[in-house]
Design a protein around this ligand. Structure first.
Ligand code: UDP
Length: 240
């Protein structure tokens, strides 16, 4: 198993939607800057951070399919969208003085390294942040599944899922139901049988089969990324 010298290694999954700020579409540099500041603080403290960013602020394959596009092709558009988020975050992390590499599952040598797992681990050991772009490079998958797979391959101790506008997992949508109840902890099986909106089923079963804990928390609350890596009781913890 990979050698770890830091305080801990985490895979942080960031929602693409958060990157859009209030806009819904595209990248709000102020939001990305704020997220970069939070990440750089924990990297300076000695935590190893790898990141997967969604692409919902650009394209979701399933949505384009509903509007008549070929699914696989629109999924590739979705994957390319994630790369723009990666570059934006890389830029702001570097402005914070944190070395950062982007690795993409679809090769594009001018903008990023290809996905090379052992190299990603070396970057982490050298206190660099690694951002994985273009999902798994395969249509019909999600960036949640990518995050779980990358977390397992780099031997991260948990997958930290930073959400936009919700502070954990609820029994119903808290934006629609004022009586929705938040879970502090959940088992993988409950997430699947109750169809709770944590991540897609492929991602959840991958985590369950490999005992990878998932913490779901509000991304944009100040200090939350630090609380998440330190194991403070925020959000919802999904485990065995
Ligand atoms: N996608 C894909 N394969 C992957 C990862 C992502 O096809 O391995 C596509 C898919 O169309 C997805 C889009 O990229 O809808 C954006 O990712 P996602 O919906 O996971 O972003 P999020 O909702 O987390 O912002």
């Amino acid at each position: 198993k990979a050698h770890k010298k830091g305080k801990g290694r985490f895979l942080l999954k960031l929602s693409g939607e958060a990157f859009a700020g209030g806009g819904g579409l595209g990248v709000d540099p102020d939001v990305v800057h704020a997220i970069a500041r939070e990440i750089s603080a924990v990297v300076r403290e000695g935590y190893e951070i790898a990141i997967v960013i969604g692409g919902g602020n650009f394209f979701r394959g399933a949505e384009l399919q509903q509007r008549g596009m070929d699914r696989a092709r629109s999924d590739y558009m979705g994957m390319l969208g994630t790369v723009m988020n990666c570059l934006a975050l890389q830029d702001f992390l570097e402005k914070e003085g944190i070395d950062c590499r982007v690795q993409t599952a679809i090769t594009m040598g001018q903008v990023a390294e290809p996905y090379i797992p052992l190299r990603a681990i070396r970057h982490l050991e050298k206190d660099r942040v690694v951002i994985f772009g273009a999902g798994m490079g395969m249509p019909y998958f999600s960036t949640d599944t990518t995050a779980a797979q990358r977390a397992l391959e780099i031997d991260a101790q948990a997958m930290l899922m930073g959400k936009n506008g919700v502070d954990g997992v609820y029994d119903s949508d808290p934006k629609k139901n004022p009586d929705a109840v938040k879970f502090d902890a959940l088992e993988y099986g409950e997430v699947i049988t109750r169809d709770l909106k944590v991540a897609d089923a492929t991602a959840i079963t991958l985590c369950r089969d490999n005992k990878l804990p998932i913490l779901v928390f509000e991304l944009l609350a100040e200090g939350n990324i630090a609380r998440a890596v330190k194991g403070e009781k925020i959000g919802t913890l999904v485990s065995d």
